[in-house]
Design a protein around this ligand. Structure first.
Ligand code: FS2
Ligand code: SF4
Length: 544
């Protein structure tokens, strides 16, 4: 196996024996084969569109869920991945029949095999990251592929809310197909990288419209982080439709529902406030789940990544749905538009003790675009008066590495006239610190999940308009982003496509960026890594 798609990759270069995430080599290779056949299918669908033939939305959904399945910490289930390959090959065979021109198709589009042949194919030279020999071409192909995985995840959530955008799906598949095309130069691939970022903005906009259309605009909300006396179900991941259905099905059962990690922002939506048994948020970012799922005592529903391989002691209580999966854990099926049946989880919850209290108090969030626009006058006055000197965007992911304590230290030592704009699970490094407010504006403004980085972009564009700035980079906003998995890649590419420069990315730069590709990003966009908290505070704010 060879995988270097996430920030925690072994030795900062690549996982080769097993994943630091817990993915074994056999499963990693099978994920590579799933990507390979999905790229092959995308060659076929892209050619069909070029021939003027429509592609069914179920094929688009197959592509997005396949990509989502291979995102870090989403799916560890070898058999589930094989089943997706079988389905993809079968769909592709049917679609090839519809092509008028079947010449010059690549091996990824032509190959077919039975499950018994998957292992040999997955280990062959054509499949996997190292199939591309040129280091820079490989780097750009993987950068694009990881960005597309993030875009696919966001598109999938919008699809679950019955929102579609054929243009995004067509681009996603065209770009996947292009990562197989040896005629593309490095310059072509750099251009495709930026185009991927442009569609990243579109994808986040689609999901934002889907979420706010279904559940209202997030608003400033205080979320309890303690526990109640009833048994509970803990919901993690990012899928709001799954949460809604679980809240409906648990109503009146005596079972409370808590959010974990990236599901915290669900509390900010007006539609979820009507459920009296929607109890609060339990725990912290994904990587602390082995302790927190233990003490939660009740069942846990993983709607997406980030799954950490569970301890035997609570494996029986861990359930997955959607693109998530773990061998031995029960999986709840359900197509878009169907009601999933969560009754078995609810029955299990009733037999469990209430959660053990690990924290008390509350946190405040809900600063997505509309809530911040509602506060615009107050914020603009604070900027004009100098009460707010700068904003720092600290969106992104949290992770296990101790070096990430940098972000807590950075937040703690921030000058008191600086406000943090955040989204994603990165916030758990500082959202329980008492950082106070500036004239009633909290110093940590949490927009929501990682995809709600879209709100941060809209806020920047709004400030640009209000202050009459010529360039988004003339605003008093600095970017210090933490990344871990591939959704952060699409957020980064989206920001680059909007013209944002001088983004600092940590705790380490991606292993998949070759030295030459890193130079392109440094020279054209001013991308940089991080130093110590003190060094960076001095760099950004002239003090420490
Ligand atoms: Fe955090 Fe994991 Fe949100 Fe990522 S919970 S690193 O999935 O997409 O962020
Ligand atoms: Fe390694 Fe990350 Fe890939 Fe897992 S996802 S195998 S930790 S690089």
């Amino acid at each position: 196996m060879f995988c270097y798609q996430c920030q925690e990759t072994a030795k900062g270069t690549g996982c080769t024996l097993a994943g630091v995430c817990g993915k074994n080599a056999q499963t990693a290779r099978m994920q590579d084969l799933l990507i390979y056949v999905t790229k092959g299918l995308s060659v076929v669908t892209t050619r069909l569109r070029a021939e003027g033939k429509a592609v069914d939305k179920n094929v688009n959904h197959l592509v997005t869920v396949n990509l989502f399945t291979t995102i870090t910490n989403a799916n560890f289930d070898f058999d589930a991945i094989c089943a997706r390959i079988e389905e993809t090959l079968s769909v592709k065979e049917d679609l090839i029949e519809q092509l008028t021109n079947r010449t010059d198709l690549p091996d990824a589009a032509l190959w077919n095999g039975t499950k018994a042949e998957f292992e040999a194919k997955s280990a062959s030279d054509e499949v996997g990251v190292l199939a591309t020999k040129n280091e820079d071409v490989r780097s750009l192909r993987e950068l694009i592929t990881y960005g597309l995985k993030g875009l696919a995840a966001y598109t999938k959530h919008a699809n679950a809310l019955l929102q579609e955008n054929e243009e995004i799906d067509a681009f996603l598949q065209k770009a996947l197909a292009k990562t197989l095309d040896d005629r593309l130069t490095v310059d072509d691939l750099v251009a495709l990288t930026l185009e991927t970022g442009k569609y990243g903005v579109e994808g986040m906009a689609l999901l934002d419209a889907a979420n706010t259309g279904a559940y209202g605009n997030p608003e400033m909300t205080t979320v309890d982080i303690g526990v109640r006396k009833n048994p509970g179900i803990l919901v993690s991941g990012h899928d709001l439709k799954d949460l809604e259905q679980l809240l409906e099905q648990t109503a009146g059962t005596g079972v409370d529902v808590y959010t974990h990690s990236e599901m915290l922002p669900a509390h900010y939506y007006p539609a979820f406030k009507k459920y009296p048994h929607f109890a609060g948020n339990y725990g912290n970012a994904w990587w602390k789940q082995r302790e927190e799922f233990e003490t939660f005592n009740g069942p846990i529903l993983m709607t997406t990544n980030c799954v950490v391989p569970p301890a035997e002691s609570y494996k029986e209580r861990l359930w997955t749905t959607g693109a998530a999966g773990f061998p031995g854990c029960r999986h709840i099926e359900g197509k878009y538009g169907e009601v999933k049946d969560f009754s078995a989880i609810i029955e299990q919850a009733k037999q469990c003790p209430a959660p053990q209290e690990i924290e008390t108090g509350s946190i405040v969030g809900g600063f997505a675009h509309e809530q911040v626009f509602a506060l615009a006058d107050q914020i603009v006055d604070a900027v004009r008066s100098g009460a707010i000197r700068k904003f720092v965007v600290m969106a992104g992911c949290d992770g296990r590495m101790r070096t990430r304590n940098y972000y807590r230290e950075f937040a703690e030592k921030l000058p008191k006239d600086v406000v943090i704009l955040t989204a994603g699970c990165a916030k758990y490094k500082y959202n329980k610190l008492d950082l106070g407010d500036i004239g009633g504006i909290p110093r940590v403004l949490d927009a929501g999940q990682c995809n709600d980085s879209y709100s941060l972009a809209l806020i920047a564009l709004k400030l640009k308009e209000i202050f009459g700035a010529e360039d988004i980079n003339d605003l008093p906003i600095v970017y210090n982003i933490a990344w871990y998995e591939q959704k952060a890649v699409i957020v980064l590419l989206a920001l680059l496509s909007l013209g944002v420069k001088n983004i600092h990315l940590g705790p380490t730069l991606p292993a998949f960026l070759s030295p030459n590709v890193t130079n392109v990003l440094v020279n054209n966009f001013g991308i940089a890594g991080i130093g110590t908290a003190d060094e960076d505070l001095k760099l950004f704010f002239g003090e420490n």
